[in-house]
Design a protein around this ligand. Structure first.
Ligand SMILES: N[C@@H](CCSC[C@H]1O[C@@H](n2cnc3c(=O)[nH]cnc32)[C@H](O)[C@@H]1O)C(=O)O
Ligand SMILES: [Zn+2]
Length: 424
């Protein structure tokens, strides 16, 4: 199968050069980006007045949490989790989670996300939804043992069960990732076992770290050190680790993360909504730490729109530093694309010959995106997810001119509505 995208403004290569060109996709890869490609293709898409961009990589989310959207707002993290989210999650069955995963997948396709790193439970069900939807999912079972050795064993067993189930699906679009929830919900024994298993099975690890001041307080009281120093001391860190948040990091923590090549998934929307704090983006980037962008779940954001998230990231760090040169549009755009790909070791996040064809087309024939003075600026500061018209993953078209081809949109939405009645 081949796709030819004609006449668009293409965001080309790592340097984000915007060129008027055609893009030829063969199989799952981009084979050519040039003016006036005249080759025949199975599908030809006219992208006149449109921007052809790498799809977004949401580096931290809980995709089925759309089911809980709007049920518990305006609360701090620990209260939100313990008193509102966890009691509702206790009612979630594998079937409900699958319904939530379809809702999340639909939202991601519509807003231009092509790959996401997820943490939730029953990820084998999420994987089935991801495969139907056509997205790429890096899926972690969120492990929580609260220091109870019986629970440690159960959580590891469940993670391994889900790993096997996902591997059985035998697709390059779904990957299992280890997901110990956080240093305040996981015992040292669990964290050490995860480190060992991840190395043994060559899997990535993702974990919430240093999200709130309350967490720093708890971990310092329990262990006499910061969460990052704790993880370093038990040999947990490596370039296969993606920490979500990293809001409360001191300069020593940052040096440790840089030394190990750890990636940080930044979630500005969630950090602002839960009033967790402002992550030290400039310091992390200056130390050479890879920083990607995530939305977190739809119960703390409250959507999965990466275009919106880029703007939040840019604005947050400007006002926080009282310096508008911080978090410039190109830096933030790279966080939402190539930095995420780097963390996931995925040959995507860039449009270039040989890369995976994970590509979106954004309609710039709209007043808020004209005149086209600067494409990257418009994407970060002026666009939103609704401007995405076409979404392609691995050379497969998931949405074409605003019509989602892989999912029955009405059904996905009505089933989510039905499940929500059972959770309220
Ligand atoms: N095995 C666990 C499931 C954990 S999934 C991952 C968890 O992370 C929670 N979560 C969502 N957003 C955040 C966040 O920002 N910080 C910490 N936890 C979060 C989410 O609600 C979910 O409970 C169990 O049986 O309860
Ligand atoms: Zn999270």
């Amino acid at each position: 199968m081949s796709i030819l995208i004609k006449n668009g403004y293409v965001i080309y290569g790592e340097n984000l050069n915007v060129v008027k060109a055609d893009v030829l996709i063969e199989g799952n890869r981009v084979v050519s980006v040039e003016r006036n490609i005249n080759e025949a293709a199975d599908t030809v898409i006219d992208a006149t007045g449109r921007v052809v961009s790498p799809g977004f990589i949401n580096l931290h989310t809980h995709s089925p949490m759309g089911l809980l959207r709007g049920l518990a707002d305006d609360l701090p993290l620990m209260d939100w989790l313990q008193n509102h989210i966890w009691p509702r999650e206790a009612k979630l069955t594998p079937e409900y989670i699958k319904v939530g995963a379809y809702l999340g997948a639909l939202e991601m396709i519509r807003s231009g996300t092509t790959t996401f790193l997820d943490m939730y439970f029953h990820m084998d069900k999420v994987a089935e939804a991801v495969l139907d939807a056509g997205l790429r999912g890096y899926l972690s079972y969120g492990m929580i043992d609260l220091g109870d050795p019986d629970r440690t064993e159960r959580e590891i067993k469940e993670a391994l069960r889900e790993m096997e189930a996902i591997e059985k699906l035998n697709s390059d679009r779904v990957h299992f990732v280890f997901g110990p929830h956080a240093p305040y919900t996981c015992s040292i024994a669990l964290l050490k076992e995860v480190r060992k298993l991840a190395s043994e099975h060559r899997k990535l690890i993702t974990i919430h770290v240093s999200e709130t001041m309350a967490e720093i307080g708890q971990i310092t009281e329990r262990y006499g050190k910061s969460p990052v120093v704790l993880l370093d001391d038990i040999g947990f860190l490596g370039n296969d680790v993606i920490i979500a948040h990293g809001v409360w990091l001191d300069s020593r923590d940052i040096q440790i993360l840089a030394r190990h090549g750890v990636t940080v998934a930044h979630n500005p929307g969630s950090n602002m909504k839960l009033a967790s704090g402002v992550m030290p983006l400039e310091k992390l980037l200056n130390a050479g730490v890879n920083v990607g962008l995530g939305t977190d779940g739809s119960a703390s954001n409250n959507n999965l729109d990466m275009l919106e998230e880029m703007k939040l990231a840019a604005l947050l760090h400007k006002v926080h530093n009282l310096d508008p040169t911080v978090a410039d549009a190109r830096t933030v755009f790279r966080m939402a694309t190539q930095n995420g790909a780097k963390a996931l070791r995925l040959n995507a996040g860039v449009i270039k010959e040989g890369y995976l064809a994970d590509i979106i087309i954004i309609n710039f024939n709209r007043p808020h995106l004209r005149p086209i003075n600067d494409v990257i600026s418009h994407l970060v500061y002026s666009a939103n997810g609704n401007d995405v018209e076409t979404t392609i993953v691995g050379g497969k078209i998931l949405m074409l001119d605003g019509e989602v081809l892989t999912l029955d949109e009405e059904k996905v939405i009505s089933e989510a509505e039905k499940v929500s009645e059972k959770l309220a």
